[in-house]
Write a protein that binds this ligand. Structure first.
Ligand code: GTP
Ligand code: MG
Length: 243
């Protein structure tokens, strides 16, 4: 139907995000464009699933840890799946035309931030629209780097175009960028003023938090080497920074 709004569901990958998941779900539910909120929890040993459900999310649990077995070690967690696999399960649990991905560990997120991310997509000005953290004077640079932010809306075909073999861990965002760039699709980016998150150092302390941060960084460096340089050129060419 011409002029009809696209159906958008929010998908939130969450592992052990008990302190923040409820407020993130509430912000998503209050976003004027979001129909339903899907939280994918695989491996949480805390109250993430209960809090997400109480806040109004549909909760999908995956992996053996759903029965409470196992432990919080990095090796064990990596064997259970990853952020990418959680996002995949969330997309599968939804039949929406577009998916708004949101991390579960955000602090200061409001519906207005999410409205602003969704708007360019809804109005047909962008195929991918994303929000980045506020790095103040560094923002003009940060919003033009290859985006790794977890807050973004894409049509479901974009996620589905990432080959299953490339849906792994924290590198999934790089793979989504690749689909957007190689499809010559436009992107809008804007800074989410006042939004931060609990970092791995805050979640896991020292040295585990740093180890996890470095692991993520190296995974990312490894995958960036496989991405064509021209993708970044196409991405930048079709990028509009808003706000
Ligand atoms: N379900 C699920 N969620 C995950 C998994 N790994 C990460 N997540 C979630 O994905 C989101 C982003 O993960 P983070 O570890 O915060 O990654 P990040 O924000 O890029 O990294 P930092 O800057 O180090 O905090 C959070 O909501 C996590 O709970 C996983 O294996 N399964
Ligand atoms: Mg985070």
């Amino acid at each position: 139907m011409p002029g009809a709004r696209p159906v958008i569901d929010a998908v939130i990958p969450a592992r052990n995000e008990e302190p923040t998941v409820a407020s993130v779900v509430e912000a998503c539910l209050a976003c004027r464009y979001v129909r339903q909120v899907v939280v994918v929890d695989d491996g949480s040993t805390d109250d993430t699933a209960t809090r997400a459900a109480a806040a109004g999310a549909k909760v999908v649990r995956r992996g053996p840890l759903a029965d409470g077995s196992g432990g919080p070690s990095l090796a064990f967690e990596r064997s259970q799946g990853s952020k990418a696999h959680a996002m995949e399960a969330g997309v599968e649990a939804s039949d929406a035309e577009a998916i708004l991905f949101v991390d579960a560990d955000l602090i200061g997120l409001t519906a207005a931030h999410l409205d602003a991310i969704c708007q360019p997509y809804v109005e047909g000005r962008a195929v991918m629209s994303l929000g980045t953290f506020d790095y103040r004077w560094l923002n003009p640079l940060v919003v033009r780097l290859p985006p790794t932010t977890g807050e973004r809306i894409v049509p479901r075909w974009v996620f589905n175009a990432v080959p299953p073999s490339k849906r792994d861990g924290y590198t999934i965002e790089v793979m989504i960028n690749e689909v957007i760039a190689e499809g010559r699709c436009s992107t809008t980016a804007r800074v989410m003023k006042g939004v931060t998150h609990r970092t791995k150092r805050q979640k896991f302390g020292w040295p585990d938090g740093w180890r996890r941060t470095w692991q993520m960084f190296w995974d990312m460096v490894g995958v960036l080497r496989t991405v064509r340089a021209r993708s970044y050129w196409f991405y930048l060419r079709d990028l509009r920074v808003e706000g």
